[in-house]
Design a protein around this ligand. Structure first.
Ligand code: SF4
Ligand SMILES: [Zn+2]
Ligand SMILES: [Zn+2]
Length: 306
């Protein structure tokens, strides 16, 4: 059944086929409902949006920009990280810059080269590590540090239902339940705003397919770019496995995330109260005496000097 006389662009699990206007309405109200359901945004905020220039972060920025226009007490700033991945990041940053200038959003860009002295590509020539491990450590580090410097009240990321589902399974497969306790629509276990800027995931209940459709039909981007390092990641295997399962058993991803949400309060309770140290080198949060970013910077320095 079609929603109206306009051309349908997306078939919903119920079998209903939605046109561009009705799909956009459906998607945006799903995001606003997620924000309400999990109480992600307060009455007054200075929100940061972690912007990669990909479909997820552009969609979340587009919707939060609409929210900010309706409610001037919600201010938004976009933060982009340039890891220095040749042939990939320059293009996505161009899309990010373009969107922000057209929509009058303040964009802050920070690079690994300026902050750490080396691009990711160079780091990977020096250290034999999985690209996403080191890239993720430095990105999380910079996003948290810069969000505090910009006095952001929260940082919104573009994580969608598929990303969450993959993370839940990856943590199970690695026997790392403490990492799962940090997941959820509001990340983290410890509410310590002086150390961690709270992260929120407004696309938490939207599937990758829905986000892709929203981004393309609303002209947020015109081509799909994937990081050249992504296929090497464990996540890529889990993503393919989940997509296959979803195809055979529709609703699998929703079931995994919904059942996880029921266990999440117990996980947060179990892992709360862990001691958070302050890195002796950079004063950012650390699980040991020195944070992971400083550990890797030291390893890089030693290899370069050797
Ligand atoms: S896929 Fe891996 S290397 Fe590429 S940007 Fe993401 S985390 Fe970094
Ligand atoms: Zn319609
Ligand atoms: Zn440190």
């Amino acid at each position: 059944m079609n929603c109206c006389s306009q051309k349908p662009i997306m078939e919903m699990p119920s079998g209903e086929r939605l046109c561009k206007t009705h799909f956009t309405e459906y998607f945006e109200s799903k995001v606003f409902n997620t924000i309400r359901k999990f109480d992600l945004i307060g009455k007054e905020e200075k929100l940061g949006i972690a912007l990669s220039g990909g479909k997820d972060s552009l969609s979340v920025l587009n919707i939060l920009n609409k929210l900010s226009k309706q409610n001037p007490r919600i201010k938004i700033n976009a933060i982009a990280i340039n890891e220095g991945i040749s042939g990939y990041r320059d293009r996505t940053l161009e899309t990010a810059r373009d969107f922000c200038s057209k929509n009058n959003v303040k964009l802050h860009i920070f690079s690994y080269k300026e902050e750490f002295g080396l691009n990711l590509d160079d780091m990977l020539k020096i250290l034999k590590v999985k690209p996403c491990t080191i890239c993720g450590i430095f990105r999380r580090y910079l996003l948290n540090k810069k969000s505090k410097e910009l006095k952001l009240t929260k940082l919104a990321t573009g994580h969608n239902l598929d990303d969450e589902c993959q993370s839940i399974l990856m943590n199970q497969m690695r026997n790392d339940i403490a990492a799962s306790a940090r997941l959820g629509p509001r990340t983290g276990i410890t509410q310590n705003e002086a150390l961690f800027v709270p992260r929120i995931k407004p696309l938490y209940l939207c599937t990758e397919k829905e986000v892709t459709a929203y981004a393309f039909i609303n002209g947020l981007l015109d081509s799909f770019n994937e990081c050249p390092n992504a296929p090497q990641a464990f996540r890529a295997n889990v993503r393919d496995m989940l997509n296959e399962l979803e195809q055979k058993n529709p609703g699998t991803k929703y079931s995994i995330v919904n059942s996880f949400l029921q266990t999440l309060p117990f996980l947060k309770e179990k892992f709360k109260g862990g001691i958070i140290n302050i890195c002796s080198r950079c004063s950012e949060p650390a699980s040991n005496g020195v944070c992971n970013a400083c550990v890797y910077l030291e390893k890089l320095k030693r290899k370069v000097e050797a």
